[in-house]
Design a protein around this ligand. Structure first.
Ligand code: FSX
Length: 363
């Protein structure tokens, strides 16, 4: 296996124009909330970087995470992930099978020991010796522990790998756990969502390649640039919430007029993700835009929390006069708080900007 070429060489071979590459970098800079002018610096850094070896292990999952990435809406952008990295092993996507496939994984682990990125989707079953999910006769636990040893960092793709996800839901018959429940000595970044947003997967990898480090994470190990705000924070129906206009059924006049889906069970206020801004399907929409509330799939235990069609505790389901007053008071407070928030940069934003400027000074 030859030493990996630079991204610039790879893009040239693939016939990707400089213009497309810069467009990609600009999109990444915007998504990562980096300061204006970062796109050029990202392009300079990315072009020179050696494409890292990536080993992608798929455990207990529905393949939605890989489907999400490969069905991404901007093939010229998100699919560039396959040019940014050398995907040396991926169960679903690789052409090789059987012994040849396992040999490719072993070769990559040996040659790029300490340098490769390990991407994992799916949870890991521990019950009964881990027999509920095996690959090439080996348990997921065995494969994960082996591959984690030589990894520079681990990316847990999807809520199953990040938090245990649906396999971990009650009664959790396979004893499914998250990557971070097993691996304690490597940096792990959680890209939650069932499935996760493909542009977020790409953005995290672009950040890692550009800065040589993982982005700032929240207390659940998720990149703040994408999970720093709730769906509710950025929802286009937020003004309806603040005005106390709530749809009562999925086909009433309020629903038809785009009123807030809070009382129909929307979990937007407690769900951290970028769906409302990044959106899905070519940027055309996200579940709330299609008339269905958020089910909170990027939060831990989202399936057990369930009650997808029951409203969050407050305000009360039946908006009485008192509750309406509370909603209005809350709305005023939220608007004021929002104005204050918008007027100042968060510590994360400040550190991102500092990191960018410092890191790219020498370019
Ligand atoms: Fe889980 Fe992903 Fe949901 Fe499915 O790999 S996060 S069940 S979209 O496929 O792991």
């Amino acid at each position: 296996m030859k030493e990996h070429e630079t991204l610039e060489q790879r893009l040239h071979e693939q016939g990707v124009s400089r213009r497309s590459f810069l467009k990609f970098c600009a999109a990444m800079a915007t998504m990562m909330a980096l300061p204006p002018g970062s796109a050029t610096a990202i392009a300079a850094a990315l072009a020179k970087v050696k494409r890292p070896s990536v080993i992608w292990l798929s455990f207990q999952e529905c393949t939605g995470c890989t489907e999400s990435l490969t069905r991404s809406h901007s093939p010229t952008l998100e699919s560039m992930i396959f040019d940014m990295v050398s995907l040396d092993y991926h169960h679903t996507l690789q052409a090789a099978s059987g012994f040849a496939a396992e040999q490719a994984r072993e070769d990559a682990m040996k040659e790029f020991n300490g340098k490769y990125l390990l991407l994992v989707d799916g949870s890991i079953p521990l019950k009964d010796g881990g027999v509920y999910s095996t690959i090439a006769g080996r348990t997921n636990l065995d494969l994960l522990e082996e591959a984690a040893k030589g990894a520079a960092a681990i990316v847990a793709v999807g809520s199953c790998a990040a938090f245990g996800g649906i396999p971990n839901a009650n009664p959790n018959p396979t004893g499914a756990v998250a990557v971070s429940d097993i691996i304690k000595d490597k940096p792990i970044i959680n890209i939650s969502g069932c499935p996760p947003i493909p542009a977020v997967i790409t953005g995290v990898l672009a950040h890692y390649l550009t800065f040589g480090a993982l982005p700032a994470l929240d207390n659940l190990g998720r990149p703040k640039a994408f999970y720093g705000e709730t769906i509710h924070d950025r929802c286009y129906r937020r003004p309806m919430y603040e005005q106390g206009k709530f749809a009562k059924t999925f086909d009433d006049e309020g629903a038809r007029n785009g009123w807030c889906l809070y009382e129909l069970g929307c979990k937007g206020p407690t769900t951290h993700n970028a769906c409302a801004t990044t959106k899905w399907n070519g940027g055309t929409g996200f579940p709330i835009e299609a008339g269905h509330g958020c089910i909170g799939c990027s939060e831990p235990k989202f399936w057990d929390a369930g009650s997808f069609y029951a409203p969050l505790p407050a305000p009360a389901a039946d908006v009485t006069t008192v509750a309406k007053a509370a909603v209005i008071a809350g709305a005023v407070a939220a608007v004021v708080a929002g104005a204050i928030d918008r007027g100042k940069k968060t510590k994360a934003q400040q550190s991102r900007e500092k990191l960018t400027v410092d890191d790219l000074k020498g370019e």
